[in-house]
Design a protein around this ligand. Structure first.
Ligand SMILES: Nc1ncnc2c1ncn2[C@@H]1O[C@H](COP(=O)(O)OP(=O)(O)OP(=O)(O)O)[C@@H](O)[C@H]1O
Length: 717
């Protein structure tokens, strides 16, 4: 009989004995530790390591280079997209990790200093480590290459010839251009093919003056994924208990080196030193050294040191941009950033000085809002509460739930519930009922008391210091709520400035963290691009240099993903608050812009009018002379007759009307209205105010010579 040999039926051996069915590989149940999961999915935490390189198709298709350059261990896949004659090559190279490591350490440093209300001082150093140095650090002998073709930076004879010919051609073009007096581009440094095996290891050190860590907690804080002190309902930069561990996981994966932590808390006479790595499979710290050392200097804070593979060349500007934006949103902190390399021309030292001692208050921890909890959370709160009965539980574990409202809610829950019933005795169904009611009932919105926004002052200060704009307006909205979580949006809009490109320059901050990636999908970008009618505020969206700064703080920032890169556009409360805040800034700016336009127009008209200064001078001179003549005629009349009256003969006031009339008569293109307007703006009133008694003809001349330039100056200043 044919058994069919189906995979479901036991396999018959030749001797007719049955064998235990062999399970296919993918049906074996496995577990993964959180550390393993994040090691395999580093990209969700911002440790993406895929690089994309666009290459001319022709230049690689028939070339050995293709196979040598990308065909070995670095090659992952050839992207199916072709762009004209180019293809994208996706390769597994250390990418964003250096940036994310710096970011995670800096944010921890700031959280730590702010938690003890200490004005933060954060020092970051990235030291480039060449391959030889790295090898000697790990005790690996530096070997010379034997089989050169084995390496991904190997250049075939053909490829070398081609490159040299191209370089020679370029030089020739440059020389020709120079001879023709054309602009000559700086020749690019002779590239060759840069080996990916060159220096790409970095020691990252971040030191702060924060609160430090308790000695015994350090291993778990750094060696156990998803462990941290920032899980409560509180506005902090950190949230997931992941960042520092990801830096360690990446260091373990790329260099195999452990992380080193030095830390001391205020008043401690020792500091803790801990060197550890992480047991990825068990998600537990693997401690190499953990000891207390003498703290002679009595410093407090932490210094974290980690060695990772990375990419400074590509991420240099992102890292510096991040530090710069951090300085904008944290002007009360002092940052020192250093990049140190063996090639001293690559070294970078930047310090961002503290610009204010005004620090936002430490955000307090708050309780959950009834509309923001789910079933699991209610169960957890019940398990953790110290309150005995249902009424006390509702009153004390949630915000905006007073005694009488809690009693009304319990009444509404049904006959099975009572205020005095022990909260720990609630059944699963009863908890579902509470949850349902929390969803349906009305509650006052949570207040923003638990939030600590950067403050309009700090925002404005940061913008002015970093961008030197021509104009800036800021706005701080009141607390609002999404899904039971309070949030505050603050915004700043600037026009003009240093190093600002034309069009919209968007700066996003969430819980005082600058967000630099995934800009296109972010609520701030979308709002600025699509929902603000810039023209109506007299701002030209494409020509003006516009800075849009939006800072959102909340006990829960609805980031998309754990990488904290952007806030989606799908929460309507946030989208609308962002729009209002930006609009409010624009309204303020519009008033300034209108004033500026008017001043510019007036300036312009004056500039135009200044062409007529000589004519105007003549006209004014005429007016004054006329006055002097009439004065002289009077003098003549009284001379020898009435000495007393003669003494009183004065030069009468010149009025702006007289002046304007004369100007209009004598100055081409200036009519009476215009002259009057100018005379008024220029402050020409009655001149001279007091009668002037001129005793001689010489004095008359002096009067004219003195007053004529004054009028001209007033008119055209
Ligand atoms: N420089 C530091 N000073 C004091 N404590 C620190 C410092 N760095 C880390 N910690 C402690 O280690 C914990 C874990 O840090 P980690 O960066 O892994 O996560 P997190 O900051 O809590 O959250 P997130 O993953 O969102 O950044 C922190 O919650 C904090 O208690």
């Amino acid at each position: 009989m044919d058994t069919g040999g189906s995979s479901e039926s036991p396999i018959e051996t030749k001797k007719g004995k049955s064998k235990t069915p062999r399970k296919t590989k993918d049906s074996v149940l496995k577990q993964k530790s959180p550390a393993e999961f994040f090691a395999e999915n580093k990209n969700i935490a911002g440790f993406d390591n895929v690089s994309v390189k666009r290459v001319m198709f022709d230049s690689i298709a028939n070339s050995d280079l293709w196979f040598h350059g990308y065909g070995l261990h670095c090659f992952v896949a050839l992207n199916v997209h072709t762009y004209g004659r180019c293809v994208d090559i996706w390769s597994y190279l250390p990418g964003k990790s250096l940036y994310t490591t710096v970011r995670e350490l800096v944010e921890n440093a700031l959280d730590s200093a702010e938690a003890i209300s200490e004005l933060p001082v954060v020092e970051v150093m990235i030291e480039e480590i060449g391959r030889s140095k790295f090898n000697s650090m790990i005790g690996l002998t530096d070997l010379d290459r034997v089989d050169a073709e084995l390496y991904d930076d190997f250049e075939t004879v053909k490829a070398r010839e081609k490159r040299l010919a191209k370089e020679a051609r370029n030089q020739e073009i440059q020389a020709k251009n120079a001879a023709l007096g054309k602009k000559v581009k700086e020749p690019a440094a002779a590239k060759g093919i840069r080996g990916r095996g060159e220096a790409s290891f970095y020691r990252v050190i971040c030191k702060d003056n924060g609160r430090g860590m308790p000695h015994d907690d350090i291993p778990n804080m750094f060696g156990r994924v998803l462990s941290g002190t920032k899980y409560g309902l509180k506005q902090t930069r950190g949230k997931y208990g992941l960042g520092a561990k990801m830096a360690l996981i990446w260091s373990k994966m790329s260099t195999g080196l452990p992380i080193e932590i030095s830390s001391s808390m205020k008043g401690q006479n020792y500091f803790s030193f801990c060197r550890l790595d992480i047991d990825i499979h068990r998600n537990i710290p693997h401690i190499h050294l953990h000891e207390k050392r003498d703290n002679k200097e009595r410093w407090h804070g932490a210094e974290i040191q980690v060695v990772i593979e990375g990419n400074w060349t590509t991420y240099r500007s992102k890292i510096l941009h991040y530090m710069r934006q951090m300085a904008v949103i944290t002007p009360y902190a002092q940052f020192l950033f250093k990049f140190v390399s063996d090639a001293s021309d690559k070294n970078v030292t930047i310090s961002f000085a503290r610009r204010t001692d005004v620090m936002p208050p430490v955000p307090p921890e708050t309780k959950y809002h009834p509309s923001a909890v789910d079933l699991l959370l209610i169960k957890r709160l019940i398990a953790e509460t110290s309150k005995q009965n249902l009424l006390q539980f509702l009153q004390h574990e949630f915000v905006n739930l007073g005694k009488s409202y809690a009693e009304r809610l319990i009444g509404e829950m049904g006959p099975d519930f009572s205020t005095k019933m022990p909260v720990k005795s609630l059944t699963s169904q009863q908890i579902v009922r509470i949850h349902q009611l929390f969803r349906q009932a009305k509650f006052d919105d949570p207040s923003g008391d638990c939030l600590s926004p950067a403050g309009e002052y700090n925002l404005r200060l940061g913008i002015i210091k970093e961008l030197h704009p021509d104009m800036v307006a800021t706005y701080s909205g009141s607390a609002q709520v999404f899904e039971g979580h309070p949030f505050i949006v603050e915004a700043g809009v600037s026009v003009g400035g240093k190093d600002v490109k034309q069009g919209l320059n968007i700066f996003r901050f969430a819980n005082r963290i600058p967000l630099l990636f995934e800009q296109g999908a972010d609520v701030v970008t979308r709002t600025a691009l699509k929902r603000i009618n810039w023209n109506s505020y007299k701002i030209n969206q494409t020509q003006d240099k516009i800075g849009v700064f939006v800072s959102i703080v909340s006990t829960k920032i609805p980031f998309k993903g754990t990488g904290k890169e952007y806030i989606g556009d799908d929460i309507k409360e946030i989208a609308s608050a962002v729009k209002t805040s930006v609009q409010q800034c624009c309204v303020q700016l519009k008033a300034k812009i209108v004033r500026k336009i008017q001043a510019r127009e007036q300036q312009e008209r004056k500039r135009n009018l200044s062409k007529y200064i000589p004519d105007a001078t003549g006209a004014i001179y005429d007016v004054l002379q006329e006055m002097a003549r009439s004065h002289a005629a009077k003098r003549k009349r009284y001379e020898g007759e009435d000495a007393e009256l003669l003494k009183k003969v004065s030069v009468r006031s010149i009025t702006k009307e007289t002046l304007s009339e004369k100007l209009a008569q004598h100055v081409e293109q200036v009519d009476y209205e215009m002259a009057l307007e100018y005379a008024t703006h220029s402050g020409v009133k009655e001149e001279p105010r007091e009668p002037i008694y001129i005793q001689s003809l010489e004095a008359e001349k002096q009067f004219i010579d003195f007053h004529c330039p004054i009028f001209v100056f007033r008119l055209f200043q």
